[in-house]
Design a protein around this ligand. Structure first.
Ligand code: PLP
Length: 394
């Protein structure tokens, strides 16, 4: 029996609030709901590079209005940070526009609003906030199956695209998909690019890459992906939703950007002009601390090593989690990297509730429960698996 599940019924902030309250009354509670990276003592993981960069912030600039797109230096910092050694290649091939947004969430909102598509194609297992954002811009959701036999289900996406008469915006949350931790291979990206090109011969297709977790995959993401980006035909609009929240552990500063790449300069100029008007109407001006922070932090010597250590921390938790799941025969979706892993269940709401009796808090998702490896330590992982096993066997 398949139970109905709606992302709109899941209020992650409310669930996290309940879990935090329970933990403040009882430290034994396991709060695996939080999409933030905590150290093994449950404190927000702090990057020394960020601490140093914050000291460089000019408070006079911070108090002033910045240009709506974040300014030329922010644009340049984004390009350097995302494309690294490939930045010149990207700029040779594309015209590129970008605008500051309120985190990755703001970038998604801006892309969904700006793009001409009425329908946004999302994976069935997804970050539940997508549904709220699509609703906020009055568009429709189309759903494709994310994984089949443990790998990206391209056929499902193809069927979904073929079934649409109208233009569509395809959302790919990669690498380290929330909530599964799946990372697409280069071959899967190549097949996706070919499919989108083929479909774009008969209808308007846009692609949005939500790279909120880009620094948690093992490869420098855009250096890895650039040969594939180059395959896309120029009639495919490509957006990149950047979030600094997870990359630098600064969730509250709302560091984000929407980038738009195209070979056609007129289209890029139109994006710049239109998005500027939206930004002015929605939030006025950027958070100037987040802008200055990105401009400074990317030059800090310790950043790369610290990000490597953060990846290492999560990988050690993931290895422990997956090892225990295999021992206990607990099924989970293919996990490769990232903050979350998702245990399979046909009854996510029931499993979420049942775990609370063992003082374990998780987030229900489509045919699964999401567990934030980012916010629990190795001992908590052991206890969480014991509780999961008990509930599954009950
Ligand atoms: C898949 C995904 N995209 C985007 C975001 C946006 O993050 P923020 O708005 O905090 O930058 C998140 C945050 O949890 C996410 O999980």
């Amino acid at each position: 029996m398949k139970l109905e599940f709606s992302n709109l019924d899941v209020d992650i902030l409310q669930i996290s609030k309940e879990a935090k309250k329970a933990k403040s009354n009882d430290p034994y509670v396991i709060n695996a709901t939080l999409g933030v990276l905590l150290d093994d003592n449950g404190q927000l993981l702090e990057f020394k590079a960020v601490k140093e960069a914050l000291l460089d912030i000019d408070m006079v600039v911070a108090k002033n209005y910045l240009p709506q797109d974040g300014g030329a230096l922010y644009k340049n910092s984004l390009q350097q940070y995302l494309f690294k050694s490939k930045v010149d290649e990207v700029l040779d091939k594309y015209h590129l526009a970008s605008t500051w947004t309120s985190g990755g969430s703001g970038a998604l909102y801006m892309a969904f609003k700006y793009d001409g598509a009425k329908r946004i194609l999302l994976p069935n297992i997804r970050w539940n906030e997508y549904d709220q954002i699509v609703g906020a811009v009055n568009k429709e959701i189309g759903t494709y199956n994310l994984l089949k036999n443990g790998a990206f289900d391209l056929e499902s996406l193809k069927t979904e695209m073929i079934n649409q008469d109208e233009s569509v915006l395809v959302v790919i949350n990669d690498p380290c998909q929330n909530p599964t931790g799946y990372v697409m291979s280069l071959a899967e990206h190549e097949a996706l690019a070919k499919l989108i090109n083929e479909q774009s011969n008969t209808k308007k297709i846009s692609l949005l890459l939500d790279v909120a977790y880009l620094d948690y995959s093992s490869e420098p993401y855009f250096e890895f992906l650039l040969p594939i980006l180059e395959i896309y035909h120029s009639n495919v609009d490509i957006y990149i939703a950047f979030s600094g929240s997870k990359s630098f552990g600064v969730y509250g500063f709302r560091m984000g950007a929407l980038l738009y790449l195209n070979e056609n300069e007129t289209k890029v100029t139109l994006f710049e002009q239109k998005v500027k008007r939206f930004a002015g109407a929605i939030y006025g001006a950027p958070n100037s601390i987040s802008v200055q922070l990105l401009n400074e932090v990317i030059h800090k010597a310790s950043l790369e090593d610290e990000q490597e250590q953060a990846r290492h921390l999560i990988n050690s938790r993931a290895n422990k989690f997956m090892g225990l799941c295999l021992e206990e025969k607990i099924n989970f979706y293919t996990y490769i990297n990232g903050f979350f892993v998702t245990v399979k269940t046909k009854e996510p709401l029931k499993l979420t509730e049942a775990l609370k009796q063992y003082k374990v808090y998780v987030v229900p998702t489509f045919e699964g429960v999401r567990i934030a490896l980012s916010s629990i330590n190795l001992l908590e992982i052991e206890r969480l698996i014991t509780s999961l096993k008990k509930v599954i066997d009950e």
